[in-house]
Ligand binder design. Structure first.
Ligand SMILES: C[S@@+](CC[C@H](N)C(=O)[O-])C[C@H]1O[C@@H](n2cnc3c(N)ncnc32)[C@H](O)[C@@H]1O
Length: 262
């Protein structure tokens, strides 16, 4: 199963996994990108709508659209946020040239089958002078939830985990890499930066619960293990995080890039 297929899941399961960070990250991306009242914006790979909802809060529902290839997520975004969501991938956006003042995507570029084409489409549907902004997790570094997961997975099943570790397989997750993609797409005045957000958990079980369902690449790896393997992974993961039966918080860093359409 490809990484993007692992998002054909219930929105509530996503909310409990990486989606837990998405509202705060969305607010940070909007601030970083300089998205302002009066703009019309597109959220590409909107998922269940965390960034979309933040855009609606600032721009109004009439000025926000989503695009999302996973139908359960697209439907959840329509229901939760009340905006138009087209069922489409980034690589084939069904909008006229220059339809938006800004196109954003949050945690999506690494799941595009052709990132250059996807970012090119984001640029095409944005007007001259408009903004294209995205962020990706720092999978190899300070995205604590996923870094600790893959480090624990490498203890339990070293070869398979090394081949699936998002810090290795994700093309756009190092500092400045998104900026290179933005430059290659012909965007001008490209800026890059770090966005750091947090999420709260009731206890370790609260964090673990979505993983055996197969959500996201980390969940797909967890689900592929047998019962003993999952128990060993859970134990190693808990130990690496240094958490237990009480509440805790984790922080997560994402790399962001924004550029202007010439
Ligand atoms: C980690 S989730 C991020 C969702 C949402 N943007 C958020 O921040 O919560 C990745 C999303 O990218 C979507 N996706 C996968 N392949 C895509 C593609 N080619 N074009 C656009 N979105 C894609 C998935 O369906 C999923 O909703």
């Amino acid at each position: 199963m490809s990484g993007s297929d692992t998002f054909r899941a219930a929105a509530e399961t996503y909310d409990r996994h990486v989606g837990r960070y998405a509202p705060a990250l969305g607010a940070a991306l909007i601030e970083f990108g300089g998205i302002e009242s009066g703009m019309r914006a597109l959220d590409v790979g909107c998922g269940p709508g965390a960034l979309t909802a933040e855009l609606v809060r600032r721009l109004g529902a009439a000025n926000v659209c989503g695009a999302e290839p996973s139908e359960p997520f697209a439907e959840a975004c329509r229901e939760r946020v009340g905006v138009e969501v087209v069922s489409a991938p980034a690589e084939a956006l069904p909008f006229e040239d220059g339809s938006f003042d800004a196109a954003l995507s949050q945690l999506v570029v690494n799941f595009m089958s052709d990132a250059a084409a996807g970012v090119g489409e984001m640029a095409r549907v944005t007007r001259s002078g408009g903004l294209v902004a995205s962020c990706v997790w720092d999978y190899a570094g300070e995205m604590t939830l996923l870094r600790a997961f893959w480090d624990a997975a490498r203890e339990v099943d070293p070869a398979r985990a090394a081949a699936a570790d998002e810090g290795v397989v994700m093309r756009w997750c190092g500092e400045g890499e998104l900026g290179e993609l933005w430059q290659a797409a012909g965007l001008r005045d490209v800026r890059t930066g770090a966005l750091v957000v947090g999420a709260a958990y009731a206890d370790f079980d609260d964090l673990w619960a979505p993983l055996p369902t197969g959500i996201a690449p980390s969940g797909a790896f967890c689900k592929s293990l047998d019962g003993d393997g999952q128990a060993a992974l859970s134990e190693a993961y808990r130990r690496r995080l240094g958490v237990g039966d009480g509440p805790f918080e984790l922080s997560a860093r994402a790399w962001a890039a924004v550029g202007t359409i010439t």
